[in-house]
Design a protein around this ligand. Structure first.
Ligand code: GLY
Length: 573
């Protein structure tokens, strides 16, 4: 199977080279494409140019954190739908000693934010206000996150790591066919949300075509200020002034003080066992870790391998588990700096067993009958991006980052050339009113100044027998958790290679709405009929997630799996 993927990779490479993008560097390594196999290290990201930047840093003797910094800034240039300076994210990091740390660089609500900020006088949510325009943004965390992680673990100088992104912005890069389609589709949104379309690099008069050169001079200047002044090059000085001016030009509320005060936080990862493997994932302010470990612990109660991969029984059981986990998410999860998250109770064996015991093997439960633990319609594409890196010493980075939906708030900071997030929509604007991903929430995830909005991002690392086994994560809004879960089950229970697991079609249930969303072609018609007879409602939809992951194979080599759903690319060394 790997051979087929390698051939596809070579074919894609040949097409790319004969087309317009210059991927000639990849000739240096035989191991590049949708699948890559290598012994000395691996980089898998959402864009070939960003993977190349990470690869070159590792080649120059940088470690995985150095490559992470290079990739992050490069993605802000070559993958503006989700790569970012104006967003935030989560890092899961495993040193080759087995030490695990995780960094929360999620955006924070500005000081002037308040619980009712998206409600009108009647107390109803104002349509679109948490999604578009300046008011939709939280205080960006990405630049602080990169500097904080590098300070602790980096080895090469930051100037070396930021320079490739500056070059990509200044000299330009050839956009992919997917990007051309995206920019054309979003033209009106960009026009509606920016005062001066002439400064928005993603707007042009003619239609974008694959291979067009995208040059971003304002962004190159912003990156240069960051390279020269460090953290202050973003949170203070000219960049901060431009960002605050952008806020004032609309109805935004981020101030200079908000920017100056932003700090990322090292957090204890959430951990759990699954069939002899140990999983480490992200604690709140992401819901990803708790939800993933709940799903894995529930799955241990069932012989999924015997039940088969895409059978009605397996899909039914996984759906029932997902239904229960998302009910808990809506009620109990929020930023743990503001909300008392019941970690121990939610992950306890007895609670998990109790939840599982209520699952019928034959019939779907109605979501109306599933409540969260009692303590004493997707409107637009789900963007975000994930990358996985392992260096030649075996240090592993699993990092998911986002500006929320595709191209965030659609607002470019005028003169600074980067997009702002619309992460405020990840708060619960009003209990019972779903966000853009149809997710519900309540007090745990209400808006408060300085609080981080609940995320679903699930950067995850797995170990077997105390050794690194898998690095995995994905974009996909509310579907992130279930995509990571299914990828892990594909490898551990269904013996798939990394590429097979990443490419496998996916399905998703999130408690409410009460439906199984499936990718086209994911499930046989006969299986769908069986599921419907059990009482499940099926909704077909476009692709779910874009998993970029690395597996450590029994001989110690790395298999990078880049998701075929996008331009994602793996390079080994
Ligand atoms: N904005 C998507 C997430 O954080 O889950």
């Amino acid at each position: 199977m790997i051979k087929i993927f390698q051939l596809l990779g070579i074919l894609f490479l040949a097409l790319s080279v004969s087309g317009c993008a210059d991927f000639s560097l990849f000739k240096e390594t035989a191991s590049s494409g949708k699948t890559a196999i290598a012994k000395e290290g691996m980089v898998v990201t959402a864009h070939p140019e960003a993977s190349r930047v990470g690869y070159e840093i590792l080649k120059d003797g940088g470690n995985s954190i150095d490559a992470m910094v290079g990739v992050h800034f490069a993605l802000a240039v070559v993958y503006p739908s989700a790569g970012n300076l104006g967003g935030g994210g989560f890092l899961m990091y495993r040193e080759n000693t087995g030490e695990i740390s995780s960094l929360d660089f999620r955006e924070m609500a500005p000081e002037d934010a308040h619980e009712d900020m998206y409600l009108n006088e009647e107390g109803n949510v104002i349509d679109g206000e948490s999604l578009y325009g300046q008011k939709a943004s939280g205080v960006p965390g990405s630049v602080d996150g990169m500097f904080t992680a590098h300070e602790r673990y980096g080895s090469l100088p930051l100037e070396r790591l930021i320079e490739p992104a500056i070059q990509l912005a200044r000299k330009g890069f050839n956009i992919t066919a997917n990007q051309a389609k995206n920019y054309n589709n979003l033209r009106n949104r960009f026009l509606e949300n920016n005062r001066n379309p002439g400064t928005v690099t993603l707007i042009k008069d003619e239609k974008w075509q694959e291979g067009d050169l995208l040059v971003q001079e304002d962004l190159a200047r912003t990156l240069t200020r960051i390279k020269e002044n460090g953290r202050a090059g973003f949170y203070e000085g000219e960049t901060a002034e431009l960002l605050v001016a952008e806020m004032k030009a609309g109805n935004g509320i981020i101030t200079n003080e908000d920017l100056k005060n932003y700090r990322s936080v090292w957090r204890e990862p959430v951990t759990g066992q699954y069939r002899g493997y140990t999983a480490y994932s992200m604690a709140p302010s992401s819901s990803g870790g708790i939800a993933l470990i709940q799903l894995l612990k529930m799955s241990e109660h069932f012989p999924l391998q015997d039940f088969g991969s895409k059978t009605a029984r397996t899909i039914h059981l996984m759906t029932e588990m997902e239904r229960r986990v998302y009910a808990d998410r809506a009620e109990h999860l929020g930023d743990s700096d503001f909300w008392d998250v019941p970690f121990t109770e939610l992950l306890s064996d007895s609670y998990i067993a109790g939840r599982v015991n209520k699952i019928s093997m034959d019939n779907a439960t109605s979501s109306e009958d599933v409540r969260a633990m009692e303590l004493e319609n997707i409107a637009e594409s789900e963007e975000t991006t994930h990358y996985s890196i392992i260096d030649n010493e075996g240090n592993a980075v699993s990092l998911t980052t986002t500006i929320n939906s595709a191209y965030g708030s659609k607002v470019f900071v005028e003169g600074a050339g980067f997009l702002l997030n619309n992460e405020m929509d990840d708060f619960s604007s009003k209990p019972g009113v779903p966000n853009v991903y149809g997710l519900l929430g309540g007090a745990a995830n209400s808006i408060q100044p300085g609080k981080r909005m609940l995320s679903a991002m699930t950067p995850t690392i797995l170990e077997k027998d105390g050794k690194l086994f898998m690095v995995v994560g994905t974009p996909g809004g509310s579907t992130i958790i279930t995509s990571v879960y299914q990828t892990i089950v594909n490898v551990i229970d269904h013996n798939m290679t990394m590429s097979e697991a990443v490419s496998e079609k996916r399905f998703h249930h999130q408690w409410k709405p009460d439906q199984i969303s499936i990718e086209e072609g994911a499930i046989d018609d006969a299986v769908i009929r069986e599921l419907e007879e059990m009482g499940h409602r099926i909704k077909r939809r476009g692709s779910i997630g874009k998993v970029d992951a690395i597996l450590v194979r029994p001989d110690g080599s790395y298999e990078g799996g880049a998701d075929p759903r996008g331009d994602d690319w793996a390079i080994g060394l």
